[in-house]
Write a protein that binds this ligand. Sequence first.
Ligand SMILES: Cc1cc2nc3c(=O)[nH]c(=O)nc-3n(C[C@H](O)[C@H](O)[C@H](O)COP(=O)(O)OP(=O)(O)OC[C@H]3O[C@@H](n4cnc5c(N)ncnc54)[C@H](O)[C@@H]3O)c2cc1C
Length: 429
Amino acid sequence: MTPHYDVIIVGGRPAGSTLAARLGRQGLHVMMLERAEFPSLPAASSPIIFAPAMQLLDEIGAPEADYARATPRITRMAIHRNDFQTTYDFPITKGRNYAYAIDRARFDAALWDHALGFPTVEGRLNTSVTDLLWEGDRVIGVVAKEGKGPEEHLTADLVIGADGRFSVVARKTEARVIDEHQEEPTTLYYAYWKNVQPYDDHGPLSVAYEGGPGFGLLVMDSADGTAAITLEGRADLVDPAPGQAEALYLDLIQRQPDIARRIQGAERVTPVQGMKRIGNLYRQPGGPGWALVGDAYHQHDPLDGQGIFNALFTAKSLAWAIHYWRSGEKDWPAALEWYDETARIKTYGMFRATLQNVRQNIYADNTQMPEWALTSLRWMMEDDSMRDLMGKLMTRQVPPEVMSVMMPGVMAGALLRGPLRDLRKRLAG
Ligand SMILES: Cc1cc2nc3c(=O)[nH]c(=O)nc-3n(C[C@H](O)[C@H](O)[C@H](O)COP(=O)(O)OP(=O)(O)OC[C@H]3O[C@@H](n4cnc5c(N)ncnc54)[C@H](O)[C@@H]3O)c2cc1C
């Protein structure tokens, strides 16, 4: 007998497991199939999540005490350029004024376990989907393999690809790629370290360091007393030969004097992992008998740390679309169209803003700025209104479209207040 489910989900990290939980709440029989064993780190991800992502997890009852166990709350961010440093607090978003640099292995395992807490949700680890089953042009199931075991057939009313950037479901269905941007690709490497010296005496934080031409660095206080140190740069510059990624990572992070100071006596506790030429695109949301969610559907440069939010939000939208379809409120094509539209409304503005951010912060050579431009930049970074607006963008309280309308006024105010602040500092000695 071929086992049959309402929904089969391929991939069980943030998109797959939270979609399973939402469908489990609808009482659907769901099977999650995940190639990896948990807990394990995903192929590539640095770890920052902001309050809006946690709010989506609240909606499905995922316990923060589990997914963020032993992880410090990061309530502030520092910008560290060699010519000036500034720190700002994260604004409160729905009661939370903090982010986490989560341990992704712990986070993903906690969400998987949470999904399995719903009585109609099942999951199998160490199980790869190698192919899809078809009836005409409709997907009706998957071919799966547990470890080195035999191939098995499983069928479902719907097969979902929550299987990340290199989605097998997208490949087998030949899902169309939409809105792809390869103009300014980036490459990112990261590792977790122990015994990293604190940045200052005011508790955990995330520090964005000026790196060098074409790359930046981020140090985030993470779980169990570790810190995640991330390097992101232009794909053509951060382009190690095979086997040289670790050497390049270590070389570039140590060129930043404050990071070199902080890692003296520190120990790296994970391998250097990362991804070259990170994609920026949307895919067709689905077709007969199938749909894509999370990174399989939409990939976004990691510079602004929005990927996990996008995975959780697209899972929520798809769960609603499935509800409309199953309740007869919409047929499947209309449900898919609604899903795509809802997901894009929430993700597209940020997608464009991040691409712009990549252009300005990674591709433009800010290390050669003239003195007047550096001073203006410092005035803006030290200005409370400017920092508040940036924090609100990062935590999605201000959509990017609104940000671009507000920005000229806030910038003008910052440039007026900057010289006065400098004067006051000079007078105060
Ligand atoms: C370098 C880098 C840094 C990032 N940093 C951040 C950050 O700081 N903050 C942030 O919010 N986001 C970040 N992101 C993005 C974030 O990691 C992703 O958006 C998020 O993991 C997407 O979740 P997902 O569930 O869609 O896919 P994934 O997390 O990729 O999970 C897909 C799962 O599918 C499984 N799978 C794949 N193929 C099969 C198969 N055939 N059969 C069975 N299982 C399969 C895989 O084993 C995997 O576990 C980063 C991404 C990259 C590349």
